[in-house]
Design a protein around this ligand. Structure first.
Ligand SMILES: O=C(O)/C=C/C(=O)CC(=O)CC(=O)O
Ligand SMILES: [Ca+2]
Ligand SMILES: [Mg+2]
Length: 391
């Protein structure tokens, strides 16, 4: 589906034109892509070199002054008649992975999701892990298997324990989706120096929509005590559009109250979350509408925590929020929660039911944000088809 971005969001992508081989950097204008690699010389000549290689890598690294200068110049020029020559319908081009993914981290920042998963995975324990309200929990994922929207996802295979206690090796029978928002780091930090919670906007360029595919049967068997490993490393899908933070000023909201108060390094002078609505579709049936505004930990707290031990971030680092789940039954961001670990199948519009994903299923997660002047802006979508494991 082609997203209509209007003329103010101006998200970035990387695309390959009809009959071309090399990617170009693009900007979403309405339902078109503006060829920034070609057009930059026209309206922002001093920065044109940042887009020459067809990826966002150099632009991400260039920092906040460059990000604002390009966006301001683009905003002033995009309605000029001379811009029309650089537009191509988005439906006619191939959208590719827009930046080189350096490291990938996945958080666990939704209180509702963490509570739901705790109850399902550890019915005899406390729902929330004891450290959960003291720090944004997360794990290091696999950057090399981050794929762009539209890439087919092969059903993973691995070990799991059957109800009988027998250990099976084979294709996952509990393949799940996870609806998340991803944050793209532009400016690196220095090894040994944490990024202050107030310096988020000096490092993070923008956001994308993420599906962190998860094999629940593999996960349940392997995760104690080191956490997710092969259950989540086979594929993570991202939307092709990176929406700059500058387009999201109208979506800032106060985060939920913190109890207990987190330590100083997680205390922001002016904390903000984002009012985004995600929509999860399986084969065109809307199964959930997770609200991002309900996330307990903010994007700035996640970055501060990720670097609190002195670990540095690099250009192209991607960190995802963790599954977004709201309080209502139809606001949860995974099938694990929607089907209550397989006990309550979810009905699709074609009459079929799902507990977990079947081969051939198409999962699409889209998102919108509250807009600066009221209304909503589109953030694009991430889609992927499940394909059977090849023998
Ligand atoms: O064992 C648990 O509590 C659950 C772990 C996850 O599923 C981790 C994860 O991917 C985090 C998330 O997406 O919220
Ligand atoms: Ca996840
Ligand atoms: Mg993953």
């Amino acid at each position: 589906m082609t997203t209509d971005f209007g003329r103010t969001t101006l998200p970035y992508c990387s695309f390959v034109g009809v009959g071309e081989k090399r990617p170009r950097v693009g900007v979403g204008v309405g339902t078109d892509v503006l060829d920034l690699t070609a057009a930059a010389a026209r309206f922002v000549p001093d920065r044109a070199g940042l887009f020459a290689d067809g990826t966002l890598d150099r632009f991400l690294a260039a920092g906040a002054d460059a990000w604002h200068e390009v966006r301001d110049a683009l905003t002033a020029w995009v309605d000029d008649p001379s811009a029309r020559a650089f537009l191509v319908p988005a439906a006619e081009v191939d959208l590719v992975l827009p930046f080189t993914v350096a490291d990938y981290v996945d958080f666990y920042a939704s209180e509702q999701h963490a509570t739901n998963v705790g109850r399902l995975f550890r019915p005899d324990g406390e729902a929330l892990p004891s450290a959960w309200k003291h720090l944004p929990m997360g794990y290091h994922g696999r950057a090399g298997t981050v794929v762009v929207s539209g890439t087919p996802v092969t059903r993973p295979s691995g070990q799991s324990r059957a109800a009988s206690g027998h250990i099976d090796v084979g294709p996952s029978a509990r393949l799940d989706l996870e609806a998340e928002i991803g944050f793209v780091v532009g400016v690196p930090s220095t090894l040994g120096r944490p990024v202050d919670v107030d310096r988020f906007e000096q490092h993070v360029f923008g956001i994308c929509v993420v599906n962190d595919w998860s094999a629940r049967d593999l996960q349940a068997f392997e995760y104690v005590p080191l956490g997710p490993f092969l259950a989540k490393s086979f594929a993570t899908s991202v939307s092709p559009w990176i929406v700059p933070l500058a387009a999201l000023s109208g979506a800032r909201v106060e985060p939920p109250a913190r109890d207990p108060h987190p330590p100083t390094y997680l205390q922001d002078e002016d904390p903000w979350g984002l009012d985004l609505e995600l929509v999860v579709r399986i084969n065109d049936t809307i199964v959930s509408r997770p609200p991002f505004a309900s996330m307990y930990w903010t994007p700035a707290q996640m970055l501060a925590h990720l670097t609190a031990n002195g670990a540095s971030v690099r250009t192209g680092d991607l960190y995802a929020s963790g599954t977004v789940s709201g309080p209502a039954d139809d606001q949860v961001g995974s099938l694990l929660e929607l089907s209550r670990n397989g006990a309550e199948p979810v009905k699709l519009d074609d009459g079929s039911c799902r507990t977990f994903l079947l081969d051939g299923d198409e999962v699409t997660i889209s998102a919108t944000a509250a807009a600066p002047g009221g209304g909503h802006i589109a953030l694009g979508e991430v889609t992927g088809n499940v394909i059977a494991r090849q023998p």
